[in-house]
Design a protein around this ligand. Structure first.
Ligand code: URA
Length: 232
């Protein structure tokens, strides 16, 4: 891997800042000053230092974020994004999937493109579980169309979802797809409105309730291994 690519991936600076740091003799590989940022290094073996500080190479990072309402699930926007909440310079971070602006709860933030792709791929049917609070109480029989796969309009029909009543105006729903505003539109289709929505699980990954909205932590090895297990 090129030295400048490795350092840029670790958030040390832009390629041109790294070129300048090389010219200024600030970068060492295995204790030798390197003036050519394009040299190839083995990030798992070679010791890279900037201003005498060792820069460890982490290919991928994984964070569980408790997304607060009012943050946008995208990588850049004039409003506060979920990435603004993460204090990490590693390049290429993104949220795996989108929650609406007013939805709270579990969001995986990573720079692991292949894993995110696998979790979001419609063919993998990854389970997502939500707490849904409703404007009105619903009966169990009202939920039947959602269980069978509700038709939203001429073009869109949802996959069957597991849904159960958990309170006077509250349900838990387990979805295997993620159409735009899907849960809100499902409940509108049965005659009520979602007033609060919180994601509490994606596949094996359960929202850590010790995280307050806006807080995050790295995934444990067990959580990560569970996410990587094939759904097949
Ligand atoms: N369904 C919705 O309607 N909103 C979300 O944020 C997630 C699922």
């Amino acid at each position: 891997m090129r030295l400048d690519k490795m350092l840029a991936a670790m958030g040390i600076g832009t390629r041109s800042e790294i070129r300048k740091a090389c010219r200024d003799n600030r970068i060492q590989v295995n204790d030798a000053i390197i003036r050519d940022p394009s040299v190839h290094i083995d990030p798992d073996q070679d010791i890279v230092k900037v201003d005498d500080e060792e820069i460890g190479f982490t290919r991928y990072v994984y964070f569980m974020l408790h997304k607060p309402a009012g943050t946008i699930s995208s990588t850049s926007d004039s409003r506060t994004t979920v990435l603004d909440l993460i204090d990490c310079n590693v390049k290429g971070l993104y949220p795996v999937g989108r929650l609406d602006l007013d939805t709270e709860g579990l969001l995986l933030i990573t720079n692991d493109g292949p894993l995110g792709h696998q979790l979001l791929s419609p063919k993998h049917h990854v389970e997502k579980e939500y707490i849904v609070q409703l404007k009105d109480a619903v009966t169990d029989s009202q939920l039947e169309p959602i269980r069978r796969g509700i038709r939203l309009n001429k073009e869109e029909t949802c996959l069957p979802a597991e849904v159960r009543i958990t309170g006077e105006k509250e349900c838990h729903i387990i979805m295997k797809e993620g159409k735009f505003h899907e849960i809100k539109r499902m409940f509108l289709a049965i005659g009520t409105e979602v007033v609060y929505l919180k994601r509490i699980r994606m596949k094996n990954l359960i929202l850590d309730e010790s995280l307050k909205p806006g807080e995050y932590r790295p995934l444990t090895d067990a959580e990560l291994n569970g996410l990587k297990e094939s759904a097949l």
